[in-house]
Design a binder for this molecule. Sequence first.
Ligand SMILES: [Zn+2]
Length: 322
Amino acid sequence: MSISRRKLLGSAAASAVLTMPPFLDTFQATQPASGDISVPIGVVDERRSLNGPENRIVDIHVHVDEKNPAYLEEFLRVSERLNLTACMLTPFANRKVVAEAAKKYPRQIVPFGFVELDAPDVVKQVEELHSLGFRGLGEMEFVKKPYNDPSYFPVYELANRYAWIMMYHTGIVLRAKFDEPEDVASGRMRPIHLEEIARRFPRITVIGAHCGNPEYEWAAEIARWNSNVFFDLSGSTLTKMHSRLADFKRIFWWSGQPQDSKTPNDDPSAFVKIVFGSDTELRNIEGVKAQYHAMFDACDVPESTRKMIMGGTLSTMLGLHA
Ligand SMILES: [Zn+2]
């Protein structure tokens, strides 16, 4: 969750139920009634987008902007320009339209369910998301208990059965209300809680957002020992670390050492435990990409590992090359 989503959060309860558009025959017809997200057609040139899959960026952290009726259309244009696939973090209310869009544009959109772990019917929601073709959950955040609380295990049992990717906010979280009490605590979202989930539910791939900001060392060590744990560097992390990006070399320190767990492609670089995540507005994704590349340069990340971080690892996990 980025600061720019503060407004979204505050108004989430007021958001309208989004409906499916009627049949769409032409691109013109995709202009939706205000408040609806619709599935555009004719935006993406499939042939062009499919070129160069080895250079494809896969972004684990793209939140649907449910306030923007043209969101999917705008996303597809960005997707084509940047050669980018999004794990699209979708509020439950928008599940059907995003599932349909993902079927139409499988190389651009991978649907993830943005559910609340504390919702009384969360297990039912997860089952429905699975039946609609969703590939995981995220971003989990604002939990009432620590992520490893046993009351969340029924969801994790299902995710384990589905061999899903589960993406969790880790570390410091924004404060939405200043004048009223808020039941929100960053301590429930520490990266250390992900370790137990990864070990109890080994078929789940656990991805922590923001690399535990500021508990980067804990995040990295948990990723080192658990082949099914990865982190993104979205949020304020790369901005804060701008003048000391080389510090990541001390945090992801074990490159070339005997490996403690299996890595994608048997890559010997510690940085292969990082995946690309932007967690920003569509127009700023390119800026986050530049921040990742600045970190790569500062830490001498090998070219082959950069490709794994920017898309190779997630493409393999999600079967996007198939
Ligand atoms: Zn977050």
